[in-house]
Design a protein around this ligand. Structure first.
Ligand code: AMP
Length: 305
């Protein structure tokens, strides 16, 4: 099934305790597209880049069969630029610079041929733009959305409107607590689901993720990655792997949503092994499925005798 991805396409400057890159391909839509392309049949990207966007980055996305009909090239300025620095524990990062550039006036226009998308990934952008995307699409089967504290603080009304139209929300634990105004995660999940999304995934960074779907709660383990170089894009890679799997299988049962959470975790665990999207460029099917099996083995709880 085809998958429509909307979000930022960026250049990032990243510093971690293990190294530094001044400028590398980034953005939520980039990570979601690259990771979901390993599963979904067609990945259609909607975003904007500027006059400085490199041909090799276009070629990388094309090489993964990501359709770029919906990628606007705005020659009036440069591509969105974000710069961040991670602390020693890699869980916290400081944003050092955000240059919106052509992203400031981004108006997502969905090409005619994308309007019948069955699966939609709304990357972390202004909630009113996420709504605008949904208004242009003919009744999709499954809409997944990401957001962040910035929008919970600054655009809560628009965010609540968008939430009514999505099937699955993916957020981290601090965002869930803030959105629900409730410190207990289980209670927070109930409150967030009452705002619209039938299903909810709460990511707990290096400690795994919780899935709430139907009446079930599923607790996914985190993969003990030995060589973490750069966490940038891990959240978006999770979303891409997860929704890519759902679109590929066209199966939204709670059982398959559980699998999707593991495929999301698999892609996030690869993402952090190298700087930027480097590790996501040439994964093999075998590497992906082997790691899925490692995840399964990690959380086998033995029967009681
Ligand atoms: P993640 O690490 O998954 O939360 O996402 C990191 C990506 O988000 C980076 O590649 C950035 O380019 C992108 N990003 C950072 N700030 C913003 C923002 N305000 N709007 C859209 N994308 C952003």
């Amino acid at each position: 099934m085809s998958l429509l991805v909307v979000g930022s396409v960026a250049y990032d400057g990243i510093e971690t305790p293990f190294g530094k890159v001044d400028r590398i391909l980034g953005g939520s839509a980039t990570y979601i597209s690259l990771t979901s392309s390993y599963f979904a049949e067609n990945v259609n990207l909607v975003g904007v880049v500027g006059k400085d966007f490199a041909d090799e980055d276009i070629e990388l996305l094309k090489s993964k069969k990501v359709d770029l009909t919906g990628l606007q090239i705005d020659k009036s300025g440069n591509t969105f630029f974000w710069q961040g620095k991670y602390h020693y524990d890699l869980n916290n990062r400081d944003t050092l610079d955000t240059q919106l550039n052509v992203f400031e006036h981004f108006d997502p226009v969905i090409p005619e041929e994308y309007k019948n998308a069955r699966y939609v990934a709304l990357g972390n952008i202004e909630p009113s733009l996420q709504s605008k995307v949904l208004e242009q699409i003919d009744k999709p089967d499954f809409v997944v959305m990401d957001t962040m504290n910035f929008w919970i603080d600054g655009a809560l009304d628009a965010l609540k409107k968008t939430l009514k139209k999505v099937d699955l929300l993916v957020i981290n634990d601090s965002e869930a607590r803030e959105l629900a105004d409730e410190p207990n995660l289980l209670k927070a999940a109930e409150i967030v689901r009452s705002m619209g999304p039938e299903s909810l995934i709460i990511k707990k960074g290096e400690h795994g993720a919780l899935l709430f779907a139907g009446t079930e709660i599923f607790s996914a383990p985190a993969y003990p990655v030995i060589d973490i170089f750069d966490p940038t894009g891990a959240g978006d890679s999770f979303l891409g792997g997860m929704l890519g799997w759902i679109a590929y299988t066209n199966d939204r049962t709670p059982q398959n949503l559980r699998r999707s959470v593991i495929f999301g975790s698999v892609m996030a665990s690869f993402c952090v092994e190298k700087f930027g999207p480097e590790r996501l460029k040439d994964l093999t099917e075998k590497e992906i499925y082997d790691r899925y099996r490692e995840f399964r083995a990690l959380s086998q709880i033995p029967e009681l005798d």
